[in-house]
Design a protein around this ligand. Structure first.
Ligand code: ADP
Ligand code: MG
Length: 357
């Protein structure tokens, strides 16, 4: 089960900002931490505006409060657990529902696109299976027959969108946006922040980070990627200058039964937790919702299929794969620009020159 631990030890270890000149320990950021969206949230805002003038504490605090309000609204739209949410209502609805805001349709659209491009490895219609597995509350392992029954009601063909009408072809199908919601929310926060006086910073929602604005000195953020074998430690650092990072791992949420670990990322083909040989996937993309859905999909697909998708180029992303053989595979973009730094001797980077291993 997910442990309630401080953000610093949450999915991503946010270390510090970093420049070519070395580590910086400055007071340039205002940090806000709170719990929401079923995860730890950190907002990090530059304290000076684009002209170098100090931004008032009150303005920074109000901006953080507005971010919390935005997250609250998104939760009311997308959460499968929040009894007041639109998704909760849709999942209990027999027939159809009209969404006037369009926001739900936009998330559904991204989810369906990623689902299609990953051959269903990411599947937003696994709601019933996710409830059946009950991983967040410790299981227990469902009966095979229950899993088979539940699988009959999954698939994006069971929920159809026409105009702004969402129709349930199968009344038992349930949507679960657990694999895309935090990434979408990260993206929405950045959209809002771009309208404020805050010139740069980042937001972190559990395993999802979004970096906004650019500093004149080309600063990047140094993000620790957790060690699946020891989630209080890291395998190394990713240097992120813009865009979104999302991490999916089997160590994030799980329960154990008879010595077997059952984690929260389900293979939509088997209905069981995915066994793809991967322990975690970190995905970088310019789209937050896509990064999130993709990290889940790539985890299910496994290294080989995931790299095929990367090379195919239809979806533009970079990724770090950590295998159960303690190997790290980097996509070409990360390998070439050296944005990942290995710091853990228990791991080797596959294909890297010997001195990097
Ligand atoms: P986290 O929730 O820890 O950030 P992910 O982004 O990988 O991790 O999302 C996992 C969540 O997505 C699960 O808890 C579940 O709600 C949902 N989910 C599980 N398997 C799939 C899948 N194959 N496709 C889409 N969503 C999934
Ligand atoms: Mg995800």
């Amino acid at each position: 089960m997910k442990k309630l631990i401080p953000l610093i030890l949450s999915s991503l270890l946010l270390v510090t900002s970093f420049t070519g000149c070395g580590n910086r320990v400055t007071n340039e950021y205002y940090d806000a931490h709170f719990f929401g969206f079923d995860t730890y949230i950190t907002l990090r805002f530059a304290k000076e505006d684009a002209d170098g003038k100090a931004i008032s504490e009150e303005y920074l605090k109000n901006t953080a409060d507005e971010c919390a309000a935005i997250l609250n609204d998104i939760d009311l739209l997308l959460s499968a657990h929040n009894e007041d949410s639109q998704i909760y209502a849709l999942n209990r609805e027999i027939n159809m529902m009209v969404d006037s805001s369009g926001e739900l349709l936009s998330v559904l659209d991204t989810a369906y696109t990623i689902s299609e491009l990953t051959n269903g490895a990411y599947d937003p219609t696994l709601g019933d299976l996710v409830e059946l597995w009950n991983v967040s509350d410790g299981g227990p392992v469902p009966e095979d027959v229950e899993i088979m029954e539940s699988l009959l009601h999954t698939g994006t063909d069971k929920i159809v969108v026409k105009g702004n009408t969402i129709s349930k072809v199968d009344s038992l199908t349930k949507i679960d946006f657990g694999g895309v919601g935090k990434g979408y929310a990260t993206q929405e926060l950045l959209k809002y922040l771009s309208t404020t006086d805050i010139p740069y910073g980042l937001v972190s929602l559990g395993g999802n980070i979004g970096v906004f604005g650019t500093k004149e000195d080309g600063e990047t953020y140094k993000v620790g990627i957790k060690d699946p074998n020891d989630p209080e430690g890291i395998i190394g650092y990713l240097y992120l200058s813009n865009g979104f990072l999302s991490v999916s791992g089997d160590y994030e949420r799980y329960f154990e039964e008879d010595g077997v670990r059952y984690h929260h990322i389900i293979d939509p083909v088997t209905g069981y937790p995915a066994e793809s040989g991967l322990r975690s996937v970190a995905c970088v993309s310019s789209n937050g919702a896509a990064a999130d859905a993709l990290s889940t999909a790539l985890f299910v697909m496994g290294e080989e299929e995931a790299l095929k998708l990367y090379e195919d180029g239809t979806l533009v992303f970079e990724a770090i794969f950590v295998t159960d053989a303690n190997e790290i595979i980097l996509t070409d973009g990360l390998m070439k620009n050296g944005s990942f730094e290995l710091t853990n001797d228990n791991y080797t980077i596959f294909g890297a020159p010997a001195e990097n291993n």
